[in-house]
Design a protein around this ligand. Sequence first.
Ligand code: PHE
Length: 452
Amino acid sequence: MQQTRNSFTGKVGFVLAAAGSAVGLGNIWRFPYLAAKYGGGVFLLVYIVLVITFGFALMVAEVAIGRRTGLSAVGAYRALDKRFSFLGYLTSLVPIIVLPYYCVIGGWVTKFLFSYAAGQGAQMVQDSFFNNFIAQPVEPVLWLCLFVGATALIVFLGVESGIEKASRFMMPVLVVLSVAVSVYSVTRPGALAGIKYYLIPDFSRFSPVTVLAAMGQMFYSMSLAMGIMVTYGSYMKKDTDLEKSVSQIELFDTGMAFVAGLMIVPAVFAFSNGDESALNAGASLMFITLPKVFADAGTLGYIAGGVFFLLVLFAALTSSVSLMETVVSIFRDKFGWGRKGTCLLVTAGCLLLALPSSLGHGVWSGVTIFGMNFREFFDFISNNVIMPVVAFVTCIFVGYFIKPKLVEDEVLISSAFRRRRMFEVVIKYIAPVFIVLILVSSLLDALGIMTI
Ligand code: PHE
């Protein structure tokens, strides 16, 4: 186990590995469609406030617990307090649920990359290009297999550190290209209404569901509440500035999500002739809006489209690798299995679980759970239910059992810990109360028991 860990992140450093895990489809695909759907500016504002307070406190707690114990989630929580072993298992559930459907979206990105490479940029402007594609029974599954295969190969060969090193180059390029695309997007005729929608909060659109959606997105995007940051913390050296590292990841992750929103939300206005219902496109938003932006820029746009999807694929891979690596280590820790065998098993399981998520957009679209297709359901249950519960239990655990001082002492080894006061107040009081309120009210709403 020790050796596997070293090869995973030991060589590339905490910030790079954690940023590789954090920045992915969550920022580029998921954040913009949620922002579009949940009121634009209000969502953005709530999101940023949550990142600075809850996100920071939780990430510091998870990383410090990992560094203090030198263990990954299940072992770390157990080592600090036996009664909290269950927290480790609960966190383990999240990557097991997320990985399969993450790969479905990864497959869609791969398809778009190849479509641009095949010179189909002009056809991709039609909404039907994407909608017909995901409704097919076989084609999306093949792209899914390709994406899962690539992820598995990296984990199987243990070359994650190579991938993370490559992402040191790819990530900055992704940022630069995204900024360029967003500048192009916001200068399209008709985009102004979209910029206003995205940047100016309209409080009449505010509801507890907005907060739950933003909170789930924050956990997802920062790779929190699923034990990953505990594991990464266990590789962190004692002399690495913990607080500064967390702030850097926070800033990079949120910055990338912000730019992605700027790339997509105003473009929805510009290319839908003011039809606001386009904002509700959900998971398909990125795949429907971006091809229009690229096509608008002609040949150069098609090239940019191809490069863009290549970079997104890269960001998605670094995240899916960290997800699969976590799932593999959960099984290895629990059952003492070998690395390669576990890897094959996890790959097979992932494909099997991903199948309903993929088919749910086509042949199985008639099967719904609380009105959601399979992928939406897995997304909802992990982001909006299990992750808030894990976050709540983590706050109680840190605030009242091991006590904030344990975490603070760990942080103080390497940092001045300027946000210490805030950390303590958030972890002990604000976050737990708030999470329960939001969770209960939104669940009642989602299940149709009560409308807010
Ligand atoms: N944070 C990743 C993203 O934004 C998703 C992810 C979640 C990756 C959890 C690893 C673990 O895309």
